[in-house]
Design a protein around this ligand. Structure first.
Ligand code: FAD
Length: 433
């Protein structure tokens, strides 16, 4: 059996619908014996594989070590909204990072979906790509205000975003639930596991070696480089990139513990009838809203409606979140008279204290990027490309898009995470009448 495949397939709640409809991953092996590379990359998600692809295209020897399978982390579980920027408003970049880094990060991310679309096109990745934009829906009067401000900020920067009033929002989404929304024409949707598997295939075709089922358990200095040890072997490399983010295990646990982990689930219906399907997001945009416990909705190529929100599909969360999803769909899309669910899955979103990602360089020739705050498809693809430029010696650390910081564990982490998981269940309980 292919390395890693069993681990994904054994748990239908890890990758759910995406595992069922993605093309198979490229063939990979577990690491066996000792291997040498110019650059070792730990983690095969958007970040690691984009870096591997761009390094291999430059002719460097790359070894990617993935604990489980390509896309096992957040990449293979995400909603698949390919959005520009980050969750924070555009002006926040400079407020937090200052004028130099704030501007660099904004410049890099303002049109970041294009990088994903270019990769998909260049490498012919079959991933249900739709370039119809995404719709950020304002919930209530406060949400509508937030949307207008976000749109204003992007418009000032020349971005093709449009405020849709209630009628236009209803026409695009199929629901009368929102007073206003922002249509972002830079954005789009993908089948996220299919995209990350395609990235893996492209990286391998370009010459990268990808080892799955190969958790890195030790990372040690070796001469002027590094040795990475897995249960089956080791890699010696001059430079190392850690792209393990919220799913970090074994090495540098602070990458994970600097984040507050919030679970986020999806539930997918059976394919909708053609009549109903024509009324819900008829142009194929993905959407999400501004509520404190946000919900997302989109369709897939077969016409299933997928809803997502904060929470874990485990323990008491199974019944609570399922019942919420059914109520939410009936409420938001009353035209869907019969709601039947087919798939449910969840993953971990890691929040940093200021909702910005972090770049670390804890030792010479060792860098790490983590903390996507639920916005990693386009940023991960772009950051991977930029990290490759740095690892190839083309860009100095000080010229990068983020300042180098030290990872520190978030205070009261366990307590805050428990609060979020329980809070999501409480928020999803039926309203008391
Ligand atoms: C439910 C959900 C919905 C989301 N929706 C969206 C969305 O719609 N749009 C968007 O832009 N973003 C979304 N995100 C965020 C996005 O998925 C992440 O930001 C992104 O996947 C981060 O990519 P990454 O490559 O850095 O890390 P990951 O994709 O998490 O990959 C890290 C990998 O590292 C591996 N690893 C960890 N430790 C080791 C080790 N010791 N040795 C070897 N391998 C190791 C893991 O197994 C994992 O495969 C969502 C996330 C979740 C969970």
């Amino acid at each position: 059996m292919r390395a890693g495949a069993r681990e994904m397939l054994n748990d239908p709640r890890s990758h759910g619908l995406w595992e069922r409809t993605a093309p198979p991953p490229p063939p990979t092996e577990r690491l066996a014996g000792d291997v040498a590379a110019d650059v070792a990359i730990v983690g095969a998600g958007y970040t690691g594989l984009s870096a591997a692809l761009h390094l291999a295209e430059r002719g460097l020897g790359v070894a990617v070590l993935e604990a489980v399978e390509i896309g096992f982390g957040a990449a293979g579980r995400s909603t698949g909204l390919v959005n520009a920027g980050l969750w924070v408003m555009p002006t926040v970049f400079k407020e937090i990072l200052g004028p130099v880094y704030g501007q660099r990060l904004l410049d890099l991310l303002r049109d970041s979906p294009r990088t994903v679309f270019d990769i998909v096109e260049k490498h012919q990745i079959p991933c249900e790509l739709k370039r119809a934009g995404t719709i950020h829906c304002g919930a209530g009067a406060k949400g509508a205000m937030e949307i207008r401000e976000r749109a204003r900020q992007w418009q000032e920067l020349g971005a093709p975003v449009h405020v849709l009033e209630a009628d236009a929002t209803r026409a695009k989404t199929g629901t009368a639930h929102f007073p206003a929304s922002m249509l972002d024409l830079r954005a789009g949707t993908i089948q996220p596991l299919a995209y990350v598997r395609g990235l893996g295939r492209a990286a391998i075709s370009a010459g990268a070696r990808v080892f799955t089922g190969s958790p890195v358990e030790r990372l040690e200095r070796a001469g002027d480089g590094w040795q990475l040890t897995t249960p089956g072997g080791s890699v010696r490399a001059r430079k190392v990139l850690l792209s393990t983010d919220t799913y970090t295990t074994h090495i540098m646990p602070k990458l994970r513990t600097q984040q507050i982990v919030v679970p986020f689930f999806h539930i997918a219906t059976t394919p909708l009838s053609d009549n109903v399907r024509r009324t819900i997001l008829p142009e194929g945009q993905g959407a999400w809203d501004t509520r404190t416990v946000p919900s997302a909705f989109r369709t897939d190529e077969a016409g299933r409606l997928i809803v997502g929100s904060a929470g874990a599909i485990r323990g008491t969360g199974v019944a609570v979140h399922r019942a919420w999803a059914e109520r939410r769909i009936r409420n938001v899309f009353p035209q869907l008279t019969e709601v039947r669910f087919e798939h449910e899955w969840y993953g971990r979103i890691g929040l940093t204290s200021d909702h910005l990602p972090r770049l670390h360089a804890p030792a010479e020739n060792l860098i790490a990027l983590a903390g996507y705050n639920g916005r990693g498809i386009a940023p991960g693809s772009v950051f991977g490309r930029e990290l490759a430029r740095h690892l190839a010696g083309e860009v100095a650390l000080g010229e990068m898009f983020l300042p180098v910081t030290t990872a520190e564990s978030a205070p009261f982490r366990a307590l805050r995470q428990g609060y979020y998981e329980l809070g999501a269940q409480i928020a999803h309980l039926p309203p008391v009448r």
